[in-house]
Write a new protein. Structure first.
Length: 219
């Protein structure tokens, strides 16, 4: 792939506020977008996320009530994804989730797993001071979901699929809607953000960005 093709994908991508409701993303293409999320980097490789693909129209309607930023995207998107981040109970160094990630996913031997647990515990407590509040460690996990979000939207743009990230919602209300469906797994997750995918129905205005010499400094 040429560099210009990648830049063209970034120029193509925009926050698509309304999609063509009659055009659906082929399953193979959507799996490609999900795979871009799965392969995304995360701190310590702990993947503090879950992706809820909302196909159910009743759930979409319930989300629409509490998501002011998706009044046109929720009804028209081919695929709508709620991205969850793990909460403190899953992100502590001695949690069952973190220990399972090291042993079952990373395949670390016992000695390496023990050393990594200590390093991670020190990172949480001292380096980033993430144990000072419930919100601090969740926000840290939530930040990482944005890496996956960016990769998903870029992957989509590369194959001509539009997207729209969504933060226009009341977090507590969205959490209540999701929790009523058992999607937060007894407080192990909370909503981070949402993203819609589909095909544009209107052409966007020209992309505007500050020039590089304004936002980049060399020392």
């Amino acid at each position: 792939m040429e560099k210009q093709e990648i830049l063209d994908a970034f120029l193509f991508r925009h926050a698509c506020k309304e999609f063509d409701p009659n055009k659906k993303i082929p399953e193979e293409d959507f799996q490609f977008i999900l795979e871009a999320a799965r392969l995304s980097p995360s701190s310590f490789g702990f993947e503090p996320w879950k992706f809820i693909v909302v196909n159910d129209r009743v759930l979409r309607e319930a989300l629409k009530v509490v998501t002011w930023g998706a009044q046109k995207t929720l009804p028209t998107a081919s695929h709508y994804v709620v991205i969850l981040a793990r909460t403190k109970q899953d992100m502590l160094s001695d949690s069952a989730y973190i220990q399972s990630m090291m042993r079952e996913t990373h395949k670390l031997p016992e000695e390496a797993s023990t050393a990594r647990t200590k390093k991670y515990a020190n990172f949480l407590e001292n380096d980033f001071k993430l144990l000072e509040s419930e919100r601090a460690i969740f926000d840290w996990a939530s930040k990482q979901t944005y890496i996956a979000l960016g990769n998903m939207m870029t992957a989509a743009a590369l194959i001509g699929i539009d997207s729209c990230p969504v933060e226009g919602f009341n977090r507590a209300d969205v959490d209540r809607v999701l929790d009523s469906q058992g999607l937060l797994e007894h407080g192990r997750f909370a909503v981070s953000l949402m993203v819609a995918f589909g095909y544009r129905i209107n052409e966007p205005r020209q992309k505007t960005r500050q020039p590089l010499d304004v936002i980049v400094k060399y020392y």
